[in-house]
Ligand binder design. Structure first.
Ligand code: ME8
Length: 504
């Protein structure tokens, strides 16, 4: 049976340019999407933009533009960045898309009909920058929001409320499963929100109009987070005429992974399940809530202004180099750092000195000693051949658990082992001593295992992959998880390329 995989990123606010933090989440999603495709899954990868709400309306006003005029060029800049970063999304949903708007109105109406949404009044504190109603635990004595450092405003309006409080038992039960990762975030949600007094959520606004109007009452627009969360199903055609994708990718047996940053865990692990449950829909298999990229030990963010532009990194280095840093150096269960020094150090240590060096040493020796083509030798009983197969299994296992940085570190360690194997077996001496068969065996072991290493790095090193494989005498499409375990027919290697030049 064909396996299905659906992966999503948050849809980002077009309130300014994207930074490395957004590139981080989107690259994680892209790498797992590409890996799953290699592993035989039918994949749908969704990203997009979250265009409604008070924040965007304010920004547009500051620029003397209508909200749509303000966001359109920003959306183009999002798509341009994803293109340059080799992000292979299947749909870029905009919450201003007509199909989305219509479906969200229908979702809202269904919840009103079920009496899960009711008209009421709300009084409390609101953070416009995060478009979030705050509890007292989320602010200091001066009403400063801990995540973004902006002052929360007083909020008192007629509003429709979602009966979140009714779902306390449901959520407690859901949190017994491991649908939210990492474990620490689960505890945080339970202690701070779910096990405390879980409050109903205000889901419409009346004091501005840049949002989706509800059919029940034209004065109200839908709260931007309800609008935004719904994208994950409206993008697949939920509640539209063409819902084939929805039937396929929100089906029971599809593996669904939603990747988010930790500051929006509350929305994705509490309100999103409440909406899904209210619509009698299945839950995602996993909400992976990753840590922050810090800059001067604060969250890198547009509103704080301490951001690094991924386009600069791509222009100065390469998209592969950025993708590599993200996967290798930023484990999802912790906060991480991004600086040019760390970036260069990681590139040089891992790609230039380890993997790149291995490939160029081996291809040079194959050219020098065998004119580019090794004789066919049986290496199936060799220890390193078996190790290579074990590396594939270990890597797949970690990728399937979404442990990206651990998966890549298995590959990098194996590459180091192969470099050490060169030092230990000293092919240059074997040649001098005329031990040609032994020499061919050593190089065959290396050549085959380099194919494995290159293939396992393929979801990350999108542009370099073909060069790595061709440098070893194969064509990129000759390698897959099946052929790796079979005999490979190498061609003559002629070119000497430097794949990952050391950055000075
Ligand atoms: O929250 N480190 O959009 P947003 C790591 N529109 N990841 C970071 C980051 C950092 N310093 N900064 C941003 C929104 N991110 C809503 C989402 S979804 C239905 C609606 C990433 O533009 C991370 O994924 O503020 C975070 O959750 C997201 O960008 C927030 O993007």
């Amino acid at each position: 049976m064909k396996k299905n995989f659906f992966v999503t990123t948050p849809i980002y606010y077009p309130s300014g340019k994207l930074h490395i933090g957004h590139a981080y989440t989107t690259t994680l999603a892209d790498v797992i999407a590409r890996f799953k495709k290699e592993d035989g899954y039918d994949v749908f990868f969704l990203t997009g933009s979250d265009e409604h709400g008070q924040k965007i309306q304010q920004k547009a006003k500051e620029n003397n533009l209508s909200p749509k005029e303000y966001v359109d060029p920003i959306i183009e800049s999002f798509k341009n960045l994803w293109n340059l970063l080799d992000i292979s999304y299947d749909r870029f949903i905009r919450t201003t898309d007509d199909d989305h708007i219509e479906a969200v109105q229908k979702i809202f109406s269904e919840l009103v009909e079920k009496d899960l949404i009711f008209l009421s009044k709300y009084k409390g504190k609101y953070c416009i920058s995060c478009e979030e109603f705050l509890t007292s635990e989320q602010m200091d004595d001066f009403f400063i929001h801990d995540v973004c450092q902006n002052v929360a405003i007083d909020f008192s309006e007629e509003t429709y409320m979602l009966r979140v409080s009714k779902f306390q038992k449901y959520l407690q039960k859901l949190f017994e499963s491991n649908f939210l990762e990492p474990e620490t975030r689960k505890k945080e949600m339970l202690n701070n929100f779910i096990n405390n007094d879980l409050e109903d959520l205000s889901v419409t606004r009346v004091n501005f109009d840049w949002g989706i109007p509800i059919n029940e009452n034209k004065r109200h627009v839908i709260y931007v987070w309800i609008d935004a969360l719904s994208n994950y199903i409206t993008a697949l055609g939920y509640k539209t005429k063409d819902d084939e994708l929805f039937k396929k990718f929100w089906a029971k047996d599809t593996e669904i992974l939603q990747i988010i940053g930790k500051e929006i865990t509350r929305f994705h692990s509490i309100y999103w399940p409440v909406i899904l449950n209210s619509l009698n829909l299945r839950m995602p298999d996993k909400i992976l809530s990753h840590g922050w990229i810090l800059s001067s030990s604060k969250k890198m963010s547009k509103s704080i202004g301490n951001v690094i532009d991924p386009l600069e990194i791509i222009n100065n280095f390469s998209s592969d180099a950025l993708r590599f840093y993200i996967i290798n150096n930023l484990p999802t269960d912790k906060d991480g750092n991004f600086s040019e020094e760390l970036f260069i150090e990681s590139f040089n240590n891992n790609l230039a000195n380890n993997v790149g060096n291995l490939i160029s040493r081996v291809s040079n020796m194959i050219i020098k000693y065998f004119d580019g083509l090794l004789p066919v030798i049986d290496i199936s009983k060799e220890k390193l051949t078996k190790n290579g197969f074990e590396v594939i299994d270990e890597y797949k296992d970690l990728m399937n658990k979404y442990n990206f940085s651990e998966a890549i570190s298995v590959v990098l360690k194996f590459s180091q082992e192969l470099n050490k194997f060169i030092e230990d077996s000293k092919p240059w001496n074997l040649e001098k001593e005329n031990k040609i068969e032994e020499l061919a065996k050593v190089l065959s072991i290396l050549q085959r295992n380099i194919i494995i290493i290159s293939y396992l790095l393929k979801p990350i090193l999108v542009k370099s992959y073909s060069k790595m494989i061709m440098q070893m005498g194969l064509k990129p499409d000759e390698v897959n998880f099946k052929s790796l375990f079979k005999e490979l027919k190498f061609r003559k290697i002629t070119d000497k390329l430097i794949l990952f030049e050391r950055i000075k």
